[in-house]
Design a protein around this ligand. Sequence first.
Ligand SMILES: Cc1cc2nc3c(=O)[nH]c(=O)nc-3n(C[C@H](O)[C@H](O)[C@H](O)COP(=O)(O)OP(=O)(O)OC[C@H]3O[C@@H](n4cnc5c(N)ncnc54)[C@H](O)[C@@H]3O)c2cc1C
Length: 650
Amino acid sequence: MEMRADDRAAGMDQPIARRDFLNGIAIAVGSIASGVLPDMATEVLAGEAATQAGRGYYPPSLTGLRGSHPGSFELAHKLQRGDLPLQTLHPGEIYDLVIVGGGISGLAAAYFYRERQPSGRILVLDNHDDFGGHAKRNEFELGGRIELINGGTLGIDSPRPYSVIAAGLLRNLGIDPVKLDATCTKKSFYGSIGLGRGIFFNRETFGSDKLVVGVGTMAWAELLAEAPLTPRVRTDIARLYEAKIDYMPGLSREQKKERLARMSYRDFLVHVAHADPGVLPLFQARTHGEWGVGIDAVGALEVWPLRFPGFQGLDLDEPGGAAPQSGATPHMGFTASGYAATGGSYRFHFPDGNASIARLLVRSLVPSSIPGRSAEDIVTATADYSQLDRPGAPVRIRLNSIAVSVRNVGEPASAREAEVIYSRGGTLAAVRGKAVVLACWNMMIPYLCPELPQRQKEALRYPVKTPLVYTSVAIRNWRAFRELGVHDIYAPGSYHSSARLNQTVDIGDYLSVRSPDDPILVHMVRTPCKPGLDQREQHRVGRAELLDTSFEVFERNIRDQLTRMLRPGGFDPAVDIVAITVNRWPHGYAYEYNPLFDPYWNEQEQPHVIGRAPFGRITIANSDAGAGAYTDTAIDQAHRAIEELVATEN
Ligand SMILES: Cc1cc2nc3c(=O)[nH]c(=O)nc-3n(C[C@H](O)[C@H](O)[C@H](O)COP(=O)(O)OP(=O)(O)OC[C@H]3O[C@@H](n4cnc5c(N)ncnc54)[C@H](O)[C@@H]3O)c2cc1C
C-alpha cells in the first residue's frame, strides 16, 4: 500500500498486534509490513482452518472484508459470463432434499421439510464460509468479553405482521419476540446517560465539517444554528419539520395521494413544498437504510407514512390508516411504508441480529453443532463447525460450496430426481436429491437452471438486489461519543451515511457495554447508490462499485470519517480503532417494486410470482420470491417451496 501524507495520523500504519488483543489470532507478518488492517477473512482461512471440519474454523470472528467475502462469488460471475465449462459428473451422494442457499430461507426450508418428512435426509449448500446468508454474526473479543453485532439482517420486524407460519417457526425455536423485547431491549440506555442523535455535515457536501447534536430534542432553528447551511436553507428545513402547511390546496385527499405516489420525495420538497434546493443534501440519504437509494428514487407517498417532514399539513389521513394501500397507490410485494399501514410486526433484535435465528435453526437441524436449549443461551453459545457436515448425519450443511448447475434428471414433468453440481475448493461434485429447493438469489437461478422456460427466466432476472455495506468498527472506548453527547449520527454526505454505537441488548449471559471506558462496536452503513438513475440501475452501478472497492479504501474512508466526526470529542483513530469488519453485500435486500419506475402488474403478472413457479422436482424459496427484504418473507417462501414439493411427492 502506498502511504499518503495523512495516513499515519489516521492510523493506517498501525501495527497489527493490536488485533491480537481482539481475538488472539496470529496474523501474517506480511500484513504488518503492508501497514493495512488485513483482510483476515482471506488470511485466517488458511491451512487447517480453511475447511469447516478443521480446528479453529470460526467465521463469525473473522474481520476484514466479510459479507460476500473474497472467494465466495467469483465462480458465479464466471458462470454468468459463460466462462465455466461443465462436464457430466457421477453423482457422489444422494439425498431426499438438496437445498441451495443456507440463509434463513434455506435453513427454514430444511426445518419445514423435516416437519413433513422426519426421516428425510437433507444437504444444504452455501457458497459462503458461514451459514445464515444475510443473517451474519460478527463476533469480537474485546477487553476480555465477547461483543456481538449484526453483519446483515438485524431485526425480527417487518412492515406486516408475521404470518402464522413465520410466527409459528419463531415460537418453535423458542423465540417470543414480544417478551424478549420487553425484558432484553434497553433502548433508552444512551438517552439515560445524556447521549442523543446528531447530524454530521461534511465539508465536501456542505462546505465545512460540523457535528450538531440534539435531533428530536431541540427546535430545528436552534439545532441548525451552527450548521454550514445558508439562513434560507435553515429556515426551510425548520418549516418542513415544524410548520403545518397544506402545500397542495384545492386537491382532495385521493388527488393528493395520486400525485404524491408518482413523484419522488426530492421533487415533493422542491416543487410542491417549494423548499430551497439547498435542503436536498440534508435529506438525500434519509431513505438509504430502508430503500438503498436516495430521495431522488423513492416516492413521496412511500415516505409519508414514515413521518418524513412536509406532510403534516396535507391532511392525508393519519399514517397508520389504510392510506398507503389505497387504489391510487398500488403496492406490490412488501414496502417499507407498510410499517405505518399495518403497525409492523415485532421490535426485538438479538445482539447479533437474525444470525441468532439462523443459529437456532442450525441447532435444531444439527443438534451437536451448537450447545444449549433456549433463545437466550444461543447468543453466547459457540458453534462447532466441524459438526455441520458429518457423514451419516440426517442434515448436512456444507459451506464454501457454490452450486453451478441444477437440473431435473429427465423431463421436468416426469422427473423423480434433480441434480446439483457444485464447486468446493476448486473441485466440482454432483449430488442428487428427490427434490431441490433453490433458496438462493433469483437472478442466479437462470444461470443455474438454463432449461427453465424463457418467460420464467426473464422474470427471475427482473429484480436487482440492493447493494449495501454494514461496517463494524471496534473501538477501544467510547469516551469521544460521551464527550460529544451523541450515540447515533446521520451523515448524509459522507462515505457511510450513518454511524452509531452498538445497540444495548441484555440477554442470557450476554450483557451490553455500559461504561464509556470499555471497548464497543460502532455500526456504520454505506449505500453505494447513484442518484439520477432508476432504482434497479442504481443498484447495478452500486454493486459494481462495491465489488471493485478494496478493503484499504474502506479502511481509509472509515478512519477519515470517524476522525472528522469525533475528533472534537478526543477521538484518535490511530489509537482508538482496533479492528474493522466490512460486511459487503453487493446482493443485499430483495428488490421491492418501486411505483416510480416499475409498471403496475396484477399479482399473477408480477415477476416474483412468475419466477417462483415450480419446475419439475425443483422449487424456489428465498426472499426474492416474495419481493420482500424481510425474514418473515424468507420463511414464508421456504414454507411454500416445501409445500409445493410435498404436494407432488409420491
Ligand atoms: C444488510 C442487510 C440488512 C438486513 N436487515 C434486515 C432486518 O433487519 N430485518 C429483516 O427482516 N430483514 C433484513 N434483511 C433482509 C434479509 O435479506 C432477509 O431478512 C433474509 O435474511 C433473507 O434470507 P434468504 O435466505 O432469502 O437470503 P440470503 O440471506 O441472501 O441467503 C441466500 C444464501 O444463498 C446463497 N447462494 C446464492 N447463490 C448460491 C449458489 N449458487 N450456491 C450456493 N449458495 C448460494 C447466498 O450466498 C446466501 O448465503 C437485511 C438484508 C441485508 C443485506
